[in-house]
Design a protein. Sequence first.
Length: 503
Amino acid sequence: MEFFNKAKAVKLRSHLDKYLVADDNQETVRQSRNSTSRKSRWIVEFVDSNSHVIRLKSCHGRYLTASKEPFLLGMTGNKVIQTVPAKTKDMSIEWQPIRDGFQVKLRAFCGTYLRGNGGPPPWRNSMTHDSPHGGSTHSWILWHLETVDVPENETLTDYLSLISSFSSVSGELSGLDLGSPVSTESNDSSWSFTKKSKKSPLNSRTAMDLFHNATAVRLRSHHDKYLTAEEDEESITQDRNGSSKNARWAVEFVENSDTMLIRLKSCYNKYLTASNHPFLLGMTGRKVIQTLPSRLDSSVEWEPIKEGNCVRLKTRYGQFLRANGGLPPWRNSVTHDIPHRTATQDWILWEVDVVEILVQSPLPKLVPHSDSFASESSSPSTHSTKSASFSRYELGDSIIDSPPKVGDGRTIYYNVADEFGVVDEGVEGLRVTFKGNGVEELTRRLEEETGLDNIVVCSRSPLNGKLYPLRLQLPPNNVTMHVVVVQSSSRVATEFVNSVTPL
């Protein structure tokens, strides 16, 4: 409890180095790596002076609440949400801090604990309250505390920030010299200086490594939502469903250009287009839509500029693809604009998830005494391009690097099966690198990755396609494996006990 005695506000960081944040919908909570936003700050309130129980209030004035609604039917763990209780005394918003070394556990009124979940979706980044039964998930209820200050003039600061992000006259209201876009280069360079004053400059060629050999990608915004093509085949929005075909964008490279440019085509075979139509009259920002022009022009061309692990997508006129937040009609909208304020500069950053790559042979065919081969191997530019194309890819939310060397561990792809051992073919397999040779060690590793307890690691028979559990030592480290994870309580797992042959 001594952690909270002098703290007016705190940030809670999970074992995954992600922060507990309150979403803009003023209902859900989740984990995020962004700790600079107000959404990661929680005001501490004591229930009474003699109590060891606290309440945590979000930036929206709502309390962190242990609800009675299950997160997934048939699974342990109930939802944690934001609410404003009808009653003054509501135990669902009360949490008891319990010290555990240099960390704390937050126990709810029903004896469960606030838990930051890991593993594949939908568990990834979710928040529940539960009683951990397995050692692999015990650390999921441990939280690091970071105390933060609450500015006295925060209300005025927030008002000016809101005005400046929505209005072109924000410079006069806030009293700050926000400038006007006199020229494209001046605005872009000043923004880059603010964000990268302590970093070495990164050019657009570096950003192309994220798209090299990619034939399809997903773009995830600062709000953890995906760039999505609407069914009207015109509108563009943000959506949390990244598995939809509408969140998939085919990549085309613009040839014969002085800079590296790409086009992004939606599932309706229409291009992501920076239009000249204002999103709202009198406001900054113009619409981003889907079009199929009779002649491909600069409005469908985007220049990727790398920023850390993300990219900015710049139009030929110096504006950037921006994912908007805030209140409707801005919420979930997508525009192209030049951000003038620090509060909205992260809105133009996008994470690139490569969902389909162009398969190429990583090594050229060796032909002795070949002049063409000798000239190709002696060219440094050719060698760098070849090596870069196989350096790093992302598939879904997992990262696919170049094939590991012998000794670095084997590559294992895994899917999670249902009660009957059926794997959803529409869900992409995830990947881990595993250095051991024992089945038991692999089982423990996959329990940590999936967040499931008491699992059985299976392989699929090449003869009949049925599953059978792995019992022997694994093949050598340089052998790639595909496995299926089933829970020991499932129906297909109980059949393993009475069966010797593959199921």
